[in-house]
Design a protein around this ligand. Structure first.
Ligand SMILES: Nc1ncnc2c1ncn2[C@@H]1O[C@H](COP(=O)(O)OP(=O)(O)OP(=O)(O)O)[C@@H](O)[C@H]1O
Length: 267
C-alpha cells in the first residue's frame, strides 16, 4: 500500500516523538468558523504538507503553530507547551519572501543571529554557511532587488534556518515561482531537510508538490476548515512523479480536493 489513512494517534509502542500537537483547535473570525475540531500530532523531524483549496484554513493553522494567532478553542502545543506567541525556535517562510530590501542577502540572513546578540563575525559566518547551503555562495553582497524570485526565496529559507529553529513553517513558499525553479527548490528543500532534520510544516495548493515532499499529507476540508483525511506516505525517496504509486495517490487526493472545491461552489 502506498499510503494509508492514519487518523488514530500513535500506538504506545511508537518510539517517534510528537513535536507538534493540535488538540480540538478551533478558530473563529467573528461569526465565521475558519477551523473546527482540528486534532493532529506531528512527529519530530517529519515533513507535513497541509493541502486544500483556498480558504480551508491552511494559513490559519500554520499561523497558530507559529504563534501569530491563537485558537479560539482548543490548544496548539509544541514540545508539550502551549504556543503563546512567535518564537525564534519556529522559523517561518512566506510566499512573498519578506526580505528587507535595504539589506544585502548576507545581512538579511544574519538578522536573526544579530537579534540574538551574537558577535558580528559569528553572525556573518552563520549567514555565509546558510547562504552556501541554499546555493547562494558568491551572492552574499547582493540586494533583494537584484535577485530572481527563486534566489529571494533561497535567501528567505537561509534566513529562517540561520536561527537554527527546530520547527520550520512554510506558507506556499514556492507558489510564486515558475515551474522549473519550483521543482529545483523542492529538491533542494528535501536535501536541506534531510541534512538539518527540522520538523517541517509546509502549506501548498499543489498535490504533486505535497506528494514529492511529505511524510504526511493533511488534506483539509472547507466550510468549515477541518482535517478531511491524513495520508502517511511510504513512497521511497527520491520520488519520481511518473512512478505508478505517485500517480495513483495524486489521483486519489485530487478527487478529495475536488469535492471540497465543489462545496465552495467555485466550479
Ligand atoms: N484575519 C482574518 N479575519 C477574518 N477572516 C480571516 C482572517 N484570516 C483568515 N480569514 C478567513 O479564514 C478562512 C481561512 O483562511 P486561510 O487564509 O487560513 O485559508 P487558506 O486555506 O490558507 O487559503 P489560501 O490557500 O487562499 O491562502 C478564509 O475564509 C479567510 O477569509
Amino acid at each position: 500500500m502506498d499510503a494509508m489513512l492514519a487518523e488514530a494517534p500513535a500506538a504506545a509502542t511508537d518510539s517517534r516523538r510528537v513535536k507538534i500537537s493540535i488538540r480540538g483547535a478551533e478558530k473563529r473570525f467573528g461569526d465565521m468558523v475558519a477551523l473546527k475540531g482540528v486534532d493532529l500530532d506531528l512527529y519530530e523531524n517529519s515533513f507535513t504538507c497541509l493541502l486544500g483549496p483556498s480558504g480551508c484554513g491552511k494559513s490559519t493553522l500554520l499561523n497558530m503553530i507559529a504563534g501569530f494567532t491563537q485558537p479560539t478553542a482548543g490548544q496548539v502545543l509544541v514540545d508539550g507547551k502551549a504556543v503563546q506567541g512567535p518564537s525564534a525556535d519556529r522559523g517561518v517562510v512566506f510566499q512573498e519572501y519578506a526580505l528587507f530590501p535595504w539589506r544585502t542577502a548576507i545581512d538579511n540572513v544574519a538578522f536573526g543571529p544579530m537579534l540574538k546578540g551574537m558577535p558580528k563575525a559569528q553572525q556573518r559566518e552563520i549567514a555565509k554557511r546558510y547562504l552556501a547551503m541554499v546555493g547562494l555562495a558568491g551572492h552574499e553582497g547582493k540586494y533583494p532587488g537584484n535577485l530572481s524570485g527563486g534566489m529571494k526565496q533561497r535567501v528567505a529559507i537561509a534566513r529562517a534556518l540561520a536561527n537554527d529553529p527546530s520547527v520550520l513553517l512554510m506558507d506556499e513558499p514556492f507558489g510564486a515561482l515558475d515551474a522549473q525553479t519550483r521543482e529545483t527548490l523542492q529538491e533542494e528543500m528535501l536535501r536541506i531537510w534531510e541534512h538539518e532534520r527540522k520538523t517541517v510544516v509546509f502549506v501548498t495548493h499543489s498535490i504533486s508538490e505535497a506528494i514529492f515532499l511529505a511524510d504526511r499529507i493533511v488534506v483539509m476540508a472547507t466550510k468549515p476548515g477541518a482535517v478531511k483525511q491524513v495520508f502517511d506516505l511510504d513512497l521511497p525517496r527520491p520520488r519520481e512523479r511518473s512512478e505508478s504509486g505517485f500517480v495513483r495517490l495524486e489521483k486519489e487526493i485530487k478527487l478529495l480536493v475536488r469535492a471540497e472545491v465543489q462545496k465552495l461552489g467555485v466550479i
